[in-house]
Design a protein around this ligand. Structure first.
Ligand code: AMP
Ligand code: ZN
Ligand code: FE
Ligand code: FE
Length: 271
């Protein structure tokens, strides 16, 4: 029997729209057998996903997507799979990123206010009811801007205000890509570079392999055929694990799962 998977999915624990149980239900309806929950900088949804998976008959790989920073390439995302999600490193890392994200949201709201936009910090907290294991990000502000009619959609919110170089953009302190890789490895996980196509050089990925990187997200909606070919080739040459996923968020353009043949994923060959 063929198995199908999607290894890059966000939930309400970061900036996804659906809860873990809604994601799992939808994944089942879409014929997926294996998924990974990979929320930004948190493992808040993993425990419940593993619980639900037992009754729903779907396999869940505990995951995370860490927002890191590279000197040469700016913001770089690192996925972690098969992580020991209860590891104290993640608790510590989550606290750090939660605080820095909250602080940044506060600063962005102030900038928006200076631009004449009436929005307040508590409104965002109330709307998304973030508790101790969920993260806030710019997409949450974007959704409020849409709701209040300041922009027509989230893309416009990023284009006009929130994106890098736009008037309400605020930088956030992030860990280095090398540290993100170590964080994952030290918690028993497999670090995989997220959506490198069109952004990172192959040489940089090879450099990261020397720093402990173990895999590359090859199949990704925004990757061109050439990206996929080059990245798969790189995986074969460098003995890196090819993975793939949709980056499902449940809103905007990222509202559809990928259905990848599990045999193509390098994990299927791991013992
Ligand atoms: P943050 O985690 O707060 O830095 O926000 C970054 C997240 O915003 C990314 O991981 C995407 O999920 C989302 N994002 C970035 N650019 C856009 C865009 N143009 N439209 C919608 N979402 C975006
Ligand atoms: Zn996101
Ligand atoms: Fe990402
Ligand atoms: Fe993502």
């Amino acid at each position: 029997m063929k198995l199908y998977c999607d290894l890059h999915i966000h939930t309400v624990h970061s900036d996804g729209l659906l809860t873990v149980s809604e994601v799992i239900k939808k994944a089942r309806e879409n014929g997926l057998h294996i998924i990974s929950i990979t929320d930004h900088d948190t493992v808040g949804g993993v425990g419940i996903a593993l619980e639900i998976s037992k009754v729903e008959g779907i396999m869940v790989i505990p995951g995370i997507e860490i927002s890191a920073e590279s000197k040469d390439f700016g913001e770089v995302h690192v996925l972690g799979y098969f992580i020991n999600w209860k590891h104290k490193n993640f608790v510590r890392y989550f606290e750090y990123s939660y605080e820095s994200r909250l602080e940044r949201i506060y600063k962005i709201v102030k900038r928006l206010n200076d631009l004449g936009i009436r929005i307040d910090f508590s409104e965002i907290l109330n709307e998304f009811k973030k508790d101790g294991n969920s993260n806030l990000g710019r997409p949450h502000i974007a959704q409020i801007l849409v709701k209040k009619g300041y922009v027509k959609d989230c893309d416009e919110a990023f284009d006009n205000y929130l994106g890098k170089g736009r008037p309400a953009y605020v930088e956030r302190e992030k860990i280095s890509v090398e540290d993100a890789i170590s964080l994952i490895t030290n918690a028993g996980g497999i670090p995989v570079i997220a959506h490198p196509g069109g952004k990172l050089s192959l040489d940089y990925i090879i450099y990261l392999k020397r720093k402990g990187l173990m895999g590359v997200e090859v199949w990704y909606p925004k990757h061109t055929e050439k990206d996929v070919e080059d990245l798969l080739d790189l995986c074969n040459r460098e003995n890196l694990i090819p993975t793939g996923g949709s980056d499902f968020h449940g809103w905007g353009k990222r509202n559809q799962f990928l259905s990848i043949d599990w045999d193509k994923i390098g994990f299927s060959r791991l013992k």
